[in-house]
Design a protein around this ligand. Structure first.
Ligand code: GRF
Length: 190
């Protein structure tokens, strides 16, 4: 079956790359649901264009993370979701989802973890003056970008690199690496 839910908070270019890989039969999976915590996020429009159901929530309307994750969980059960794929989802996953989806939550991060975890990893790499950064795909645990690494790919940082130019390079890698890595993972583990 390989029913997946993509969680995203932003533009959703990775959501789109996953969807395109499915359409071109490079990835055997079904995006059954988009989960989003930002009502203005562009990813919602992408999902609408493709008729993918979406669950949008305002964290502030819930008493706690446990409460909104319970609401998400009931949606995931309804759509018979097997894998949670994080693609620019800007919240830490809590015990409610981690327990039910142990070993089945994957994230993509724009650095070579364990260096530059957390927010603005691209800015952090430029600030640090390193010559290379990259992309990491990893399993999600209770930490911030700390779970076991599944795949990594390096990118060279040029001397005149800007945040915008590095972001473009990183996105190009992400859009290829995420669907390919998911294909391997889902076929192996499902
Ligand atoms: C990506 O760079 C991803 O690595 C990070 O958030 C960004 C999401 O970009 N976790 P997009 O919304 O998929 O375009």
């Amino acid at each position: 079956m390989n029913n997946i839910a993509v969680f995203a908070s932003g533009s959703g270019s990775n959501f789109q790359a996953i969807l395109d890989a499915i359409k071109s039969q490079k990835l055997e999976a079904n995006i059954k649901l988009l989960v989003c915590d930002k009502p203005s996020a562009y990813v919602l429009e992408r999902a609408r264009n493709e008729n993918i159901p979406q669950f949008v929530f305002h964290a502030k309307e819930y008493a706690s993370k446990q409460e909104y994750e319970r609401a998400i969980l009931s949606q995931l059960r309804e759509y018979e979701i097997e894998w949670i794929i994080l693609a620019g989802y800007m919240r830490l996953i809590g015990p409610t989802l981690l327990k039910e989806f142990e070993g089945k939550i994957v994230n993509i991060h724009p650095s070579l973890l364990p260096v530059f975890p957390g927010k603005d990893a691209i800015g952090q790499a430029l600030e640090a003056g390193v010559e290379k950064s990259g992309v990491t795909i990893h399993f999600v645990d209770e930490g911030m970008d700390t779970g076991p690494v599944i795949a990594q790919r390096e990118v060279q940082i040029d001397p005149n690199e800007t945040k915008a130019s590095l972001q473009i390079k990183i996105h190009q890698i992400e859009h290829e690496l995420y669907p390919a890595t998911l294909q391997n993972l889902l076929q192996r583990r499902s």
